[in-house]
Design a protein around this ligand. Structure first.
Ligand SMILES: [Zn+2]
Length: 478
């Protein structure tokens, strides 16, 4: 295999504190034996397609421009742009407004290296794993078939393994099918320099049944059993030089549902309501943003609020978009999270609760906001380029993954915003072994008794959000 060849295995929605020896023994052993990034974080909003795009560009949403799972996009005036939908993404791609930064797929193509995506996730998430894959001739296999999949790989997998199993929760049959495709078709035929395997459990099972439900534990075990098959094959000398394991975000418990999605006055503008909500104002002046923020902080559903004036400064009562690295022309004028429990001191699978908009039953898992249970992810690596038995306390986040892979491959990082995680690297990689300094910062905004806080880390100039929370009249009252 080529220098730095890497397999990325993702367990969607896996909270770091649920990656335990009891629930996922093979993953837990992998984390302990390799480099385990103890303080790894998602991006904000902590939603799958935003997280995928941040991972595959090495940039936060404010740089790559896929600012939320759904938002108002210039290519779909007057309607919600839904990133789960292939057609919506295709329309944006044709307008040159899907992703504003180079993807790992493009970087692999330019370097003459190969990349394959193998995904059990939605068509949209699968697309964002390699947004220009079809144009570049890089194979994709999705459980959703064509046009998400490349025709040739679709035929190779289905002729070898038979029909794709029906989706279910737990989605274990599809996890096994995907693992078979990886081991029996993709590596034997393509030996990709970079391969992405995306398992959409425990996310879908946790959404439906809850973070600590028996069904979710079963989903985790099925993921772990398949991961064990991958490790056995790898330890026998097959496959890439390195394996990176990650989750894209965690989940917290949806404790209470909004009575209606109609929570923002239509006179303000168009609203997209969810775990992360955006308002696209009719009147976009700073004074009008301030009026909307003033109204929002008095609403009992309102968590953290984000709005900036044209020069990037915060609007009174809000935090600036730059604080969450999501200042982008396509982002909402005013954004907010739904109210959630305070995770700044204590958090855990049974403690983290939130108000939610739709899509899950009461007690189901939710994500998108700034609770530590949503932002805290699994990130671990093993292989030729990574330190063994190293528990790294240096904070990191999804945009750091691509620059780290590029560093192990000996390729240029220009255009990535993330930081190569050199503290975890061995051998010839530039800067290998250096542990950077970390500064901690607390941002806050208080307005009409509504208090909001954001704890950040600054590492080599990188700002990463640890978590955000509200207090005072904005506190969580279940
Ligand atoms: Zn996800």
């Amino acid at each position: 295999m080529s220098r730095g060849s890497t397999l990325i295995v993702t367990f969607d929605g896996l909270r770091r504190d649920r990656a335990t020896t009891a629930l996922m023994p093979n993953l837990a052993r992998f984390m302990a034996e390799g480099t385990d990034f103890l303080n790894s974080r998602s991006v904000f909003p902590s939603e799958t397609r935003v997280a995928v795009t941040s991972t595959m560009t090495g940039c936060p949403p404010g740089d790559h421009g896929l600012v939320a799972n759904q938002f108002i996009h210039p290519v779909k005036p007057g309607a919600l742009f839904k990133t789960a939908e292939w057609d919506h993404l295709e329309t944006a791609a044709q307008a040159g407004q899907l992703v504003d930064r180079l993807t790992l797929g493009q970087r692999m193509a330019e370097a003459g290296r190969s990349m394959v995506v193998l995904s059990t996730a939605s068509p949209g998430a699968s697309r964002m794993m390699n947004a220009r894959a079809h144009a570049l001739g890089q194979p994709v296999f999705s459980m959703h078939g064509l046009p998400v999949s490349s025709q040739q790989l679709h035929e190779q997998v289905t002729s070898t393994l038979g029909a794709i199993p029906e989706p279910a929760a737990p989605n274990s049959k599809r996890m096994t099918y995907a693992t078979d495709a990886l081991l029996k078709v993709i590596y034997p035929r393509y030996a990709p320099d970079l391969c992405v395997l995306w398992m959409n459990d425990p996310d879908i099972t946790s959404h439906r049944f809850g973070v600590t439900a028996a069904e979710t534990e079963l989903a985790q075990r099925a993921c772990d059993d398949n991961f064990a098959r991958i490790l056995e094959w790898w330890h026998a000398g097959n496959g890439p030089q390195n394996i990176i394991v990650m989750s894209d975000h965690g989940q917290i418990t949806g404790q209470r549902q909004l009575a209606t999605l109609d929570i923002v006055p239509a006179e303000f503008g168009h609203a997209s309501i969810g775990a992360f909500s955006g308002i696209y104002l009719h009147h976009r002046s700073a004074s009008h943003k301030a009026k909307v923020v003033d109204w929002l902080v008095q609403q009992d559903f309102c968590g953290l609020v984000f709005a900036s004036s044209d020069d990037g400064a915060a609007i009174p009562g809000a935090l600036p978009w730059s604080a969450v690295r999501n200042a982008h022309p396509r982002n909402a004028d005013v954004g907010f999270t739904l109210r959630a429990s305070d995770s700044s001191q204590q958090y855990g699978p049974d403690l983290d609760k939130c108000l939610f908009a739709s899509g899950i039953p009461v007690g189901g898992g939710m994500h998108g906001g700034l609770n530590k249970g949503e932002l805290s992810t699994v990130l671990a690596a093993q292989g030729r380029d990574y330190r063994g038995a190293f528990a790294s306390e240096t904070p990191c986040w999804l945009p750091d993954i691509a620059p780290t892979i590029l560093t192990t491959m000996g390729l240029a990082l220009d255009g990535t915003a993330g930081r190569p995680l050199v503290e975890a690297l061995t051998g010839v990689s530039a800067g290998a072994g250096r542990v950077p300094d970390v500064e901690t910062r607390l941002l806050s905004a208080t307005h009409r008794g509504h208090e909001q806080y954001l704890r950040q880390w600054v590492i080599d100039g990188q700002t990463i959000v640890d978590c955000g929370w509200t207090a005072g009249s904005g506190g969580w009252h279940p």
